[in-house]
Design a protein around this ligand. Structure first.
Ligand SMILES: [Zn+2]
Length: 233
């Protein structure tokens, strides 16, 4: 990994229940930027002291995946995945996970778009992204009784959600204002890292100081950004 380039993580979790004190995590899916396929780890891979104990898996994920990320992208991750993981971590008395910079695509879409529903399923249908796989609610129950096939189906669903999140990010990233920087070089696009930036006039904002608009010329990106006069000199 080149110096100054952010390690970008896409992730999703499947849980027992919607609250993390009375619930727990079944599996966690993730993909690093540049990888072709997502990965998944479940409580069957990292068994704890009882069939629903997620402590070993959560510890493993934080140490081997989360703490290595610079920026983490998810769908409704700010409302679910992140606080859920953090709550499981503190209950298990783990050290605080790294305060990774996060991008919750759901929040950006909710704020700046007008879809009928901001679910990953609805968005994937309208943008032609990999379709969601539905898990039967009975599968979430069957896991409680040790059904390994049910867990496998939940893991497949989790993997697909990660794939859809990656595909959604590729479409939404150029629309996201103040996307977290994925590099520190003012000569490069903050999203895709392309060096083909074009000056697109002045930037006027509430803040003091003159600035310029720039647009990435990578055809797959075309993200807009701003630069100070010093940066474009
Ligand atoms: Zn770009």
């Amino acid at each position: 990994m080149a110096e100054g380039k952010a390690k970008l993580l896409f992730w999703d979790i499947e849980t027992r229940g919607l609250v993390a004190d009375y619930g727990s995590i079944f599996c966690i899916g993730w993909q690093w930027e540049g990888e072709k396929k997502p990965h998944v780890v479940s409580i069957l891979d990292k068994p704890g002291r009882h069939p629903l104990d997620d402590s070993k898996m959560v510890k493993w994920f934080i140490e081997h995946v989360w703490n290595k990320a610079d920026v983490a992208v998810g769908w409704y991750s700010g409302g679910h995945d992140e606080p859920f993981l953090r709550t499981r971590a503190i209950i298990h008395r783990f050290p605080a996970p790294k305060p990774v910079t996060t991008l919750d695509l759901w929040g950006k879409v909710w704020k700046r778009f007008k879809f009928s529903k901001n679910s990953l399923h609805n968005i994937s249908q309208h943008l032609g992204l990999p379709p969601k796989i539905w898990s039967k609610s009975t599968d979430f129950e069957a896991i409680l009784y040790g059904d390994k096939k049910a867990m496998k189906r939940i893991c497949t669903h989790c993997l697909r959600d990660v794939e859809t999140t990656v595909a959604a990010w590729k479409r939404f990233a150029p629309y996201v204002t103040t996307h977290p920087r994925l590099n520190h070089d003012p000569g490069k696009c903050r999203v895709c890292g392309s060096e083909k930036l074009q000056l697109r006039g002045n930037y006027f904002s509430a803040a003091k100081g003159r600035a310029k608009r720039v647009q990435c010329q990578n055809p797959g990106c075309l993200a807009w950004d701003t630069r100070t006069l010093k940066e474009v000199e």
